[in-house]
Design a protein around this ligand. Structure first.
Ligand code: GLY
Length: 366
């Protein structure tokens, strides 16, 4: 089996010509990998997916369809309160209410299911699977999604963990000096608040989270899933890319599967996951397809409030892809410790790898 690329350094790939050059050099490596035979099943996920990709591969080895394996894998994150970007313990909206988004897609049947702004149900990806399998529809939102989940026997519970409540309250009390909320100077010393500040910073409260998982079975069948609690402290009812087919996830049996995490609106505007799949259809490797899509995202990021002083996107977007041969790749707009992905192949342990990227983020900058 060819070795996965563990480090990919790319500086300031800012032009289409450079992106095309990246694609051109990537193709021989993909061809060599195919000739050597790439081990399948394989699963690729965002950096928080180490346990999820392992379980997804085990599930496919046990006979599960890729989409079911993907949902089984991400359920680990949905149940884990230490992942504050997904499921139970996910950070709430600006009103302190946890609203979850998720979607699934099966490339063989070309079917999808999704839920958005779903409250009180820990496993939205499993609900999305039921939307796909037990309705004629693709996307259910809000109260309708909750009624549907109730009808299918999903238990209701309070999804706001104590850690998430304390972090939300800290944000609420410090978001503005012009409202009636008064913070306590000691709040920042609370262990849960401290944990959050150390992980995500004290001033920039809009980092990337979410889990996407794309799965490719031994026979090349494909499926995928994306699940999230969404942007931290979002508007009530705000929906990102995760439950939108073509944006947060997409797969096609003839080509491959892809998904995104990070700044959802950037993926929506450029239809991120579908664009990755279409670039793979044109013959690009998964990594080159992700980079070409991000080049488009950069070109489409035109509003001044979304661009930094150098005209580059302020926000990060990460893409993940697998083709039907089992080759994987990932790329981010910005480098950094959070621009990583996880992959697991049959017969190997899961690995955390660095995504390719367009722009290098200086270490001091979060
Ligand atoms: N990518 C997740 C979100 O924007 O909600």
């Amino acid at each position: 089996m060819p070795e996965e690329k563990t480090l990919t350094r790319r500086d300031l790939i800012t032009t289409t010509a450079k992106a095309a050059a990246v694609a051109a050099v990537a193709q021989p490596a993909v061809q060599a990998a195919k000739e050597a035979g790439v081990a399948r099943p394989v699963a690729i996920a965002s950096r928080n997916g180490l346990a999820a990709v392992k379980l997804a591969v085990e599930s496919m080895l046990a006979g599960a369809a890729p989409v079911d394996a993907a949902v089984a894998g991400v359920a680990i994150n949905e149940a884990d309160p230490s992942d504050v970007t997904v499921g139970y313990g996910g950070l709430p909206n600006e009103d302190g209410v946890v609203q979850l988004d998720a979607a699934v897609m099966d490339a063989t049947a070309m079917t999808a299911g999704a839920v958005a702004a779903l409250e009180r149900i820990k496993h939205p990806a499993a609900v999305a699977l039921q939307v796909m399998r037990r309705t004629n529809r693709v996307l259910l939102v809000g109260g309708g999604a909750l009624e549907f989940a109730r009808a299918h026997g999903f238990p209701e519970e309070n999804l706001l963990s104590e850690r998430a409540r304390k972090i939300w309250l800290y944000w609420k009390e410090n978001a503005s000096g012009k409202d009636d909320w008064l913070g306590d100077p000691g709040d920042a010393e609370d262990p849960d608040v401290r944990w959050f500040i150390e992980k995500y910073g004290d001033s920039y409260f809009r980092p990337d989270g979410t889990i996407h998982l794309s799965a490719c079975a031994a026979d090349g069948r494909l499926g995928c899933c994306t699940t999230t609690s969404g942007l931290f402290f979002k508007f009530q009812g705000r929906v990102g890319d995760s439950p939108l087919v073509g944006c947060g996830l997409y797969c096609d049996a003839e080509v491959g599967s892809a998904g995104s995490t990070g700044h959802g609106e950037s993926s929506i505007i450029s239809v991120g996951a579908h664009t990755v799949v279409e670039f793979m259809r044109q013959g690009r490797s998964p990594e080159a397809a992700c980079l070409a899509t991000l080049e488009r995202v950069v070109r489409n990021t035109r509003a001044s409030h979304l661009r930094d002083e150098s005209g580059r996107p302020k926000n990060n977007l990460l893409l993940y892809a697998v083709n039907r041969a089992g080759d994987v790749g990932s790329a981010a707009i910005w480098s950094g410790e959070r621009s990583r992905y996880t992959v697991c192949r049959a017969g190997s342990e899961p690995r955390l790898l660095e995504s390719a990227y367009l722009f290098r983020r200086e270490p001091a900058r979060r």
